[in-house]
Design a protein around this ligand. Structure first.
Ligand SMILES: C[S@@+](CC[C@H](N)C(=O)[O-])C[C@H]1O[C@@H](n2cnc3c(N)ncnc32)[C@H](O)[C@@H]1O
Length: 372
């Protein structure tokens, strides 16, 4: 038997843990793969851009961050233009969105001087990039939401929730089980397995999904639900709003979505852990329930295409084209298409907003409020 497979330090650490403690949940696996000290994907890699593993909306075009800047300015006005507003970005990557947002916010009198920037980021490598991108501003960093200052906040999260750990549950012929991760017989590979079925598992499956067909998989993230609750609690206490943009489900859905991406291509989820990004569709219905339970008003989801068009991406692209050379004109059109077209990111990505319940409807969202 091969006892020392060369699959990287994270594999070795999973192997030791599973031998000692037994199979682990998908959530435990995902948490370690992404943010384990030293070897976690976000801790040891530079994942963004053509030379990295994936590209996010702010990295596609400055228009994305600028339009979110206009959304923030409108929200700040809706709040009565407080002289101090905490702008909190969750998982800010390279700091590109915040940098574009702040450039757009500079056009609104009084907003720049009111803003204090707070970034929630676990990766020291990415904190360094963010510091460079935002060198002209006073910025504070946090590991999580617990130490944020009191006071009105606008929270922004683009492709943050999809990186939060999920558990997977599968309807087997004998009932609902949890999908777990264990070692194969040779102890040289990680493989999926199923827990025994139990009534306790059945009780945590959303009611709409509990009668799903055999083989159906439901993904749930208590961490994402808690983050939505913490943000909502803060908004309810101190005022403010939040904007969540991510790829995900608009309604409760029983389909597996966990995926790994390396060099812009799909990669087997359990292979060479820590060398590929792993993420899952965001369960927006759960974020919404969690927010409503904490007293805020929830808007959306709407599609990213509708959100950006409503904020004026077509006009912004036209303005940028006026001073562009031939290549830039083509790039601007390609970026607009990629961000908004239904066949690209336009429909897959959804946008949800939360506001304190006494505030007007935020920009880009349909007028009617949903009951909270
Ligand atoms: C997919 S990237 C998105 C980056 C950026 N928002 C963008 O759109 O380009 C995920 C970001 O969340 C951070 N992150 C992942 N898990 C985190 C966690 N549990 N707590 C705080 N930050 C986390 C990563 O380091 C990274 O900055």
């Amino acid at each position: 038997m091969n006892t020392t497979p060369k699959k990287g330090s994270l594999f070795e650490s999973f192997r030791r843990r599973i031998k000692l403690e037994g199979a682990i949940s998908v959530a435990d696996y995902m948490a370690d793969v992404l943010i384990a000290p030293t070897h976690g994907y976000y801790i040891s890699n530079e994942p963004f851009g053509v030379s990295g593993d994936f590209i996010t909306s702010p990295e596609i075009s400055q228009m994305f961050g600028e339009l979110i800047g206009f959304w923030c300015a409108d929200t700040w006005n809706n709040m009565g233009g407080p002289t101090e507003i905490h702008l909190v970005e969750m998982g800010p990557g390279r700091g590109t969105l915040m940098s574009d947002l702040m450039r757009a916010a500079a056009m609104v009198p009084g907003l720049h001087s009111a803003v204090k920037i707070h970034l929630i980021e676990v990766s020291p490598k990415l904190r360094k990039k963010q510091k460079e991108a935002l060198s002209e501003y006073d910025v504070s960093w946090y590991d999580d939401l617990t130490d944020l200052p009191q006071g009105p906040c606008i929270f922004i999260a683009n492709e943050f929730f999809d990186a939060l750990p999920i558990r997977q549950f599968e309807r087997s012929p004998k009932g609902w089980c949890e999908r777990l991760i264990t070692l194969d017989e040779d102890e040289t590979d990680l493989v999926f397995t199923l827990s025994s079925p139990s009534k306790a598992i059945e009780t945590i499956i959303p009611l709409e999904l509990v009668d799903s067909h055999e083989g159906a998989v439901v993904e749930l993230s208590s961490i994402a639900a808690n983050v939505s609750a913490q943000i909502s609690h803060h908004i309810n206490n101190y005022g403010g709003a939040a904007l969540f943009v991510d790829y995900g489900w608009a309604t409760p859905t029983a389909k597996p979505s966990l995926q790994a991406i390396r060099s812009h291509k799909k990669h087997p989820v359990l292979q060479e852990p820590g060398t590929a990004d792993i993420s899952a569709f965001v369960d927006f219905p759960t974020l919404k329930k969690s927010a409503q339970a904490n007293g805020v008003t929830v808007y959306g989801t709407i599609t990213q295409g509708d959100f950006l068009r409503s904020l004026g991406i077509e006009q912004r692209a036209e303005m940028l084209r006026r001073n562009a050379d031939q290549k830039q004109v083509i790039d601007i059109a390609a970026a607009e298409h990629r961000l908004t077209d239904p066949s690209q990111m336009g429909n897959l990505f959804k946008v949800m907003a939360l506001t304190k319940s006494d505030q007007p409807t935020p920009a880009a969202f349909p007028e009617q409020k949903e009951a909270s």
